[in-house]
Every structure is written in structure tokens, then in C-alpha cells.
Ligand binder design. Structure first.
Ligand code: 48H
Length: 259
């Protein structure tokens, strides 16, 4: 084995993937449960999809379960989705199912990649591209270590027909859009409302309802949808994140058909 051939193999195959991702149908920011699920259902329908994840690891908040107890809970609807992914659950009480956070994160990740979505880790989305028709039409990317090391290095950009903000509690992409367009989001205030305090039942119901096109070209999913629209957090129950990701994919497919 030759180390230079190994180096060329890695560099050329990565650059090929990155070049291919410079023009996608759907670009997803954040590889937590909502972003991964959205990517899985999009890729399954042959929609060209790429996820950009700031961290080294994929899975967002799944791994830590509830307060580092690496188990998460889902309701009946969430369990049906876990069945589809082949992820084991046990019934704790009627309507409450427990699953292993490690199995959830790793299986979701594996199924999403196998379905055909490209995942780029260690890449942070630091800005969006907005065209003169006031539509989000791309992402501005930089290596995560660049901001960590406080280096002054300009980013690169990619084009996407649709962007999904699946950045979790911070709803970073909605926040960027709101700042750049002066609060014209399709939320009750036109700006980020901010998530409300914990209420599992209501939070789970609302996260799917709030999975919407929040600005032309931008769909918001998962905890980012709760934060943007001001619905409650729900704690370590993850069914809502999976259902929101699936709804984001269905919405994206419908919007792509209209365009
Ligand atoms: C690239 C970015 C950027 C960026 C962030 O936090 P997540 O797991 O988000 P969801 O919505 O899929 O799931 C939420 C869930 O984990 C959770 O926190 C729950 C249910 N909380 C309830 C409660 O009451 O607390 O994943 C988001 C991902 C992370 O991996 C980030 O690193 C990544 O997005 N990310 N990636 N560029 N600008 N911002």
C-alpha cells in the first residue's frame, strides 16, 4: 500500500462529492434527527440532497438522550417510524416507547447515507445566498475549524433549490435570514419568536405543525421550527423530530414539483 495513492484517493473522491454538492435540489443544515430524517425521505425519492453539519459527529442531540442517560422516548407515531428504520423499541407504558440513543443515531445516519444523501461533516453554514427575487437560493460554507481558530478565511458557496434549517434550538438559518431581510419570516412576529418552556404534549404536536416554508426557499424543521414559531420544548422525546423531518421532506418534494 502506498500512502500517496491513499492520499490521492481520499482527496479526489472528496472533491468529487463536494463539487457534485455545489448544485443540489435540497441543502439541509444540521444532521440532528430532523435533518437526517428529512434527508432520508428526500433521497429515497431520488431528490438530490446534501446535509452540512458543523460537528465531527452526526446525530445532533440524539447521543446524549435525556441528561446523558442514552435512551430516548417516542410516542406511537414515532415508534412506527422507528419500525420503518428497523430501530428496536420497548414499551415502557401504553403510548411510551423507549429506544437506545446509540442505535437511533447510528441507524438513522446509516440509512440516510444508504438512501443516497450526501453528508458533509465539519462544515459550518455561516451565511445564506439570497437572490433579487427575495428567495433563499444557496448556502455559504466554511470549515468549522476556521471559526474555532478565529482565522480570517473567506467561505465558498453552493446553490440549492430549497434549504432546510434543521439547526436545532438556535434556528441559525432562520435567524440569519431574519437579520438579512429585516424580519419578514412567515412567523407571527415576522422574526424568531423563541421557544417556550417545556410541555412535552404540546411541543410534540406543534413541532410538526410549525414545519413550514418560513421564507421563500427556506423550510424549517425540528427544534428550529419550535424556536422560530415559539412553541414549547418537549425534552427527550424524539418522535416529533422524526415526524417533522418527514414532513419537511414531503413539503420540499411538493414545492420542487411546483417550481
Ligand atoms: C452546520 C449546524 C449549524 C450550522 C447547527 O440539535 P439537533 O439535534 O436538532 P434537531 O432539531 O434535529 O433535534 C433536536 C433535539 O436534538 C433536541 O435538542 C430536543 C428534542 N430537545 C428538546 C428539549 O426540550 O431540549 O441537531 C442540529 C444540528 C447539530 O448537530 C448542530 O451541530 C448543527 O445542527 N448545526 N451545522 N452549520 N450553522 N448550526
Amino acid at each position: 500500500m502506498d500512502e500517496v495513492i491513499i492520499s490521492k484517493a481520499i482527496t479526489e473522491s472528496y472533491i468529487k462529492d463536494l463539487l457534485d454538492a455545489t448544485e443540489v435540489d435540497v441543502a439541509i443544515v444540521g444532521a440532528g434527527p430532523a435533518g437526517l430524517t428529512a434527508a432520508y425521505y428526500l433521497a429515497k425519492e431520488k431528490v438530490k440532497t446534501a446535509i452540512f453539519e458543523r460537528k465531527l459527529s452526526i446525530g445532533g442531540g440524539i447521543w446524549g438522550g435525556g441528561m446523558m442517560f442514552n435512551k430516548v422516548v417516542v410516542q406511537a407515531e414515532g415508534k412506527r417510524m422507528l419500525d420503518e428504520f428497523g430501530i428496536a423499541t420497548t414499551q415502557y407504558q401504553k403510548g411510551y416507547y423507549v429506544t437506545n440513543a446509540i442505535e437511533l443515531a447510528s441507524t438513522l445516519c446509516s440509512q440516510t447515507v444508504k438512501a443516497g444523501a450526501r453528508i458533509f461533516n465539519l462544515l459550518s453554514v455561516e451565511d445564506i445566498v439570497i437572490r433579487e427575487n427575495d428567495r433563499v437560493s444557496g448556502l455559504v460554507l466554511n470549515w468549522s475549524p476556521v471559526s474555532m481558530a478565529n482565522l480570517h478565511i473567506d467561505p465558498l458557496a453552493i446553490r440549492a433549490k430549497l434549504v432546510v434549517d434543521a439547526t436545532g434550538h438556535d434556528c441559525e438559518i432562520c435567524r440569519l435570514v431574519s437579520e438579512k431581510v429585516g424580519g419578514k419570516l412567515r412567523t407571527p412576529t415576522g422574526k424568531i419568536v423563541g421557544e417556550s418552556s417545556m410541555w412535552a404534549e404540546m411541543g410534540e404536536k406543534k413541532v410538526s405543525e410549525n414545519t413550514k416554508e418560513v421564507y421563500p426557499g427556506l423550510i424549517v424543521a425540528g427544534m428550529a421550527a419550535s424556536a422560530a414559531f415559539g412553541s414549547p420544548r418537549m425534552g427527550p422525546i424524539f418522535g416529533g423530530m422524526l415526524l417533522s423531518g418527514k414532513k419537511a421532506a414531503q413539503l420540499a418534494i411538493a414545492l420542487l414539483k411546483q417550481s
